[in-house]
Design a protein around this ligand. Structure first.
Ligand code: C2E
Ligand code: CA
Ligand code: CA
Ligand code: CA
Length: 278
């Protein structure tokens, strides 16, 4: 293909082809990634602001590609969603997370929660609650230790359907969290109807809360709103001591961020729990 900078249209369309080709390649590779064991879960600790103990982990997907190296989820999750691959990948993530919880329980380290991200595509599956409940049963893990993270936009897209699905998950004893809270279009009227347990204050508000007055106000308002509705609030993306102390002062229940630990391999997370003791 001859690319001429004098022809912007042509240039643009070549770029598009490159992007499309890259995505196609990625999709093929992703299809094989599961079988080839290239995917893994990393776990990031969540810390209670009062006792400063690790009370849970968020499971975050990692893909170590044999030639491209580490491919970030922001890059491959959209490809997985468009191709439908996210259904099998998401199921794998859930099962791995639950298996890990079962291992911890066997070692007496089981009193921590595990948060798993659920894609909008997975959330459209009517069988999701039954599937998750069955996995928990098979591995003998109490449902209350599993927390599913859903974004506001997913819930608001079809709010009526979301209410039904959330009720079924909640009836099964599974905990629910609204991820990236404050960034999407969320209706407070619906928030009341959604049977969720936690709000995750988005990291974009936490990032500048030590310097930006507005972000601090939003953080405070979110924490108060959550508490008024009987929900716990978790602050994410906490990188500095100042951010932590502010969130603590505002009454935020749990925090997560590089200050307390980056997402780490499962073995490291297990070590962390062992060191923390019973
Ligand atoms: P998210 O659910 O909002 O996850 C939080 C992201 O912030 C993670 O990025 C995490 O590594 C990063 N992070 C945590 N603490 C800090 C901090 O202190 N500072 C900064 N700058 N970043 C921090 P990651 O792992 O790259 O994941 C990106 C997104 O990919 C996630 O955003 C989530 O939407 C998606 N994702 C990851 N794993 C899965 C999965 O298993 N399933 C689905 N459906 N989506 C996933
Ligand atoms: Ca999340
Ligand atoms: Ca988030
Ligand atoms: Ca996010």
């Amino acid at each position: 293909v001859i690319r001429s900078d004098a022809e912007p249209y042509c240039f643009f369309s070549n770029e598009m082809n490159d992007e499309a080709q890259l995505r196609l390649g990625l999709e093929g590779d992703l299809r094989r990634a599961l079988e080839l064991n290239e995917l893994s879960l990393y776990l990031q600790p969540q810390v209670d602001t009062r006792g400063r103990r690790v009370v849970g982990f968020e499971a975050l997907l990692r893909w170590f590609h044999p030639t491209h190296g580490n491919i970030p989820p922001a890059r491959f999750i959209p490809v997985a969603e468009d191709s439908g691959l996210i259904l099998s990948i998401g199921e794998w993530v859930l099962e791995q997370a639950i298996i890990q919880m079962a291992k911890w329980r066997a070692e007496g380290l089981g009193e921590v929660s595990m948060a798993v991200n659920i894609s909008p595509v997975q959330f459209q599956e009517r069988h999701l609650p039954d599937k998750v409940a069955r996995m928990l049963e098979v591995h003998d893990v109490p449902a209350a230790f599993l927390e599913l993270e859903l974004t506001e936009s997913v819930l608001m897209k079809d709010a009526e359907a979301a209410v039904t699905l959330l009720n079924r998950l909640s009836d099964a004893g599974i905990k629910l969290a609204v991820d990236d809270f404050g960034t999407g279009y969320s209706s407070l009227a619906y928030l009341k109807q959604f049977r969720v347990d936690k709000l995750k204050l988005d990291q974009s508000f936490v990032r500048h809360m030590d310097t930006d007055f507005n972000d601090r106000v939003i953080a405070r308002a979110t924490i108060n709103l959550g508490h008024s509705l009987g929900l716990k609030v978790i602050g994410e993306g906490v990188e500095t001591r100042t951010q932590f102390e502010m969130l603590q002062r505002e009454g935020c229940d749990v925090v997560q961020g590089y200050l307390f630990g980056r997402p780490m391999p499962v073995d490291e997370a297990t070590e962390l729990l062992r060191r923390a003791g019973p």
